[in-house]
Write a protein that binds this ligand. Structure first.
Ligand code: NDP
Length: 326
């Protein structure tokens, strides 16, 4: 038997609870992992609270991320004792996930845990941090270098936002942080933000074009916020869009694209091809200050997951939350 969060569904809706599961119920896969740590991402919050149809099969063990040690493997690349990390691939949505002491997975989904990180540190990064890295890599690929000017990060005090600020400032960018939590200004400056901008100024409908300000952007929020970021992006600037904390919609005009040559880059972490994942994890090991990582991550146990998911959905969680599943 092993302990796990399980989401079940009936006519009354879906419910998540900590439970004990027989190992024989584990899904198919060629690698079994003893999970050390998992984490709570925004998507896990949606799955656990049932606020959005993230879970496609019931019963489901949520958790889109895990880090741990291989126990059994029929996959050529993995042996018992190997340290591994997993992000996405539908795990926690269509295949049992990481908020459990054991997971059975496809070896092709796994990434070797970089030497630089403990399993807990890898989960302090998690999908949120790896997505922030994918956003930074996209800005670089499209030519946004620190000398081009200020870069803005929205949803700043959240998981993606916090990691993006730490990464960008470490790489020498000047970072403006958009946040709705003025009480987190000191935290955001500690991560490397040089200016804190009010969320309200971005979250309401704006003009198709605003004063040119940002050379680049990492947007975790979508909706009017993304529209306003696009409108304030400088000539030939680049916006990496990865999130929808404000909304799925994009009430924008084409003006930034056709008059200022702005590039909007979409970022998906779930099905991101393996070479780019490996690169992102290598870059995280190189570019993310472990001191900042510690500052942005709190830790809970499996028994606190359901209540913390509610707080995450209410926008009350700062930075990242790791889950010690044991
Ligand atoms: P968090 O909940 O940790 O952070 C979201 C942040 O967005 C909050 O901390 C808050 O920042 C801000 N925010 C919340 N509600 C609103 C609102 N109504 N209007 C404006 N801003 C708001 O989530 P994550 O950082 O884990 O994820 C951020 C987004 O990125 C999510 O939408 C998530 O689904 C998405 N995502 C996408 C991935 C991909 O593959 N494309 C991968 C990972 C995440 P503050 O308090 O500072 O204002």
């Amino acid at each position: 038997m092993f302990r796990a969060i399980l989401i079940e569904k009936d006519e009354a809706g879906s419910r998540a609870a900590l439970t004990e599961i027989d190992e024989e119920q584990l899904p198919e896969g060629d690698v079994t992992v003893e999970v050390a740590h998992s984490t709570l991402n925004y998507k896990d919050g949606l799955a656990i609270t049932g606020k959005a149809p993230v879970v496609r099969k019931f019963p489901m063990v949520p958790g889109i991320d895990l880090a741990g040690t291989v126990r059994d493997s029929a996959h050529a690349d993995y042996r018992p004792g190997d340290r591994v990390v997993l992000n996405g691939w539908g795990v926690g949505e269509t295949h049992w996930g990481g908020l459990a002491q054991l997971a059975r997975l496809k070896g092709d989904w796994l990434v070797p845990l970089p030497e630089a990180f403990t399993p807990r540190q890898a989960m302090a990064i998690g999908t949120a941090g790896y997505t922030a890295m994918l956003c930074v890599m996209a800005l670089e690929r499209h030519g946004v270098t620190p000398d081009k000017g200020e870069v803005v990060v929205t949803g700043a005090a959240g998981g993606v936002g916090s990691t993006a600020i730490a990464l960008l400032s470490g790489l020498g960018y000047t970072v403006a942080a958009v946040s709705g939590r003025p009480e987190e200004a000191e935290y955001l400056r500690g991560l490397g933000a040089s200016e804190i901008l009010e969320r309200a100024a971005f979250a309401s409908p704006g003009k198709p074009l605003a004063k040119e300000r940002f050379a680049g952007a990492v947007d975790a929020v979508g909706s009017h916020t993304l529209a306003n970021v696009l409108a304030a992006t400088r000539y030939r600037g680049v916006v990496a869009a990865c999130g929808l904390a404000q909304g799925m919609d994009l009430p924008a005009s084409v003006a930034p694209f056709i008059l200022r040559g702005v590039t909007l880059v979409g970022i998906d972490s779930v099905m991101c091809p393996r070479p780019e994942r490996l690169e992102a994890w290598q870059r995280l090991a190189r570019d993310l200050d472990p001191g900042k990582l510690d500052a942005m991550a709190g830790e809970i146990g499996l028994s606190e997951v359901v209540a913390t998911a509610e707080r995450l959905m209410a926008g009350q969680v700062r930075g990242r939350i790791t889950v010690d599943v044991n």
